[in-house]
Structure formats: C-alpha cells, structure tokens
Design a protein. Sequence first.
Length: 102
Amino acid sequence: MILPDKFLLLVSALLLALPAADTTAGEPRSGYEYIKQCTRDMQDDDFENPGMHTLEQGQQLFNMTPEGPGKSCAVCHGSEGDGLDVRRIARNRSKPVPKKST
Ligand code: HEC
C-alpha cells in the first residue's frame, strides 16, 4: 500500500508533468481554436470584424504618397505588400538574415 505522503508526491509529480507533456507533444496551435464561437463568427465576417477597418486604414497609408520628397511604401514593396519578407517581419529582425554559404 502507498503511504499518504508518497501518494501526494506521486499525484503532484503527475500534475506537474502533464502540462509539460502537452506543450511539447503537439504542433503550434492558432489562438482561433481557443476563442468562443461568437468571437469566431465576428472574426470570420469582414463586416463585423473591427480589425478589418484598421486593415483598410493601413492599406491606404501603405499606398499613400507622403508630402515632400518621400515615396509610398507600395513603390518598393508592391501595392499589396507582396515585396515584404513576412518571415523576417515575424521574427522581428531589422537586418537581413545572412544567407548560409553552400
Ligand atoms: C525606397 C524603397 C522603400 C520604401 C519607399 C519603403 N521600403 Fe521598406 N524596405 C525596403 C528595402 C530595400 C528593405 C529591405 C531592407 C534590408 O534588406 O535590410 C525594406 C524592408 C522593410 C521591412 C522589413 C521586412 C522586409 O521585407 O525586409 C518592412 C516591414 C518594411 N520595409 C516596411 C515598409 C513600410 C511600412 C514602408 C512605408 C512607410 C516602407 N517599407 C517603405 C525599401 C523600401
């Protein structure tokens, strides 16, 4: 028979091990999986999603030619931003990633 002290220790060890096993086992998951259905519905609907307004504003600013000698972002990065390196932005690097010599 397991003594109460050892039983508590065993249960504590299992509880500590469970979350660690969960995070290492799976693929990264989108936060979309954890939000409520009503929030998903809002996010999926372009007219209901408040983020879309900000996205449109950003698109306008990106394509807008500033006053003075400046250029619009779109001149160099394309009107849809297709010239941007999204992987570098995601990693938050301001310098180019050095290419590995082969
Ligand atoms: C005259 C051309 C030019 C204009 C105008 C310009 N960029 Fe860039 N941008 C570049 C170049 C070239 C790089 C790559 C720099 C490097 O390799 O370090 C870059 C890099 C970036 C990056 C880093 C990701 C990447 O693709 O390397 C972001 C984000 C970015 N620009 C946003 C903007 C925004 C927002 C504007 C407008 C406010 C803008 N840029 C205007 C030329 C330009």
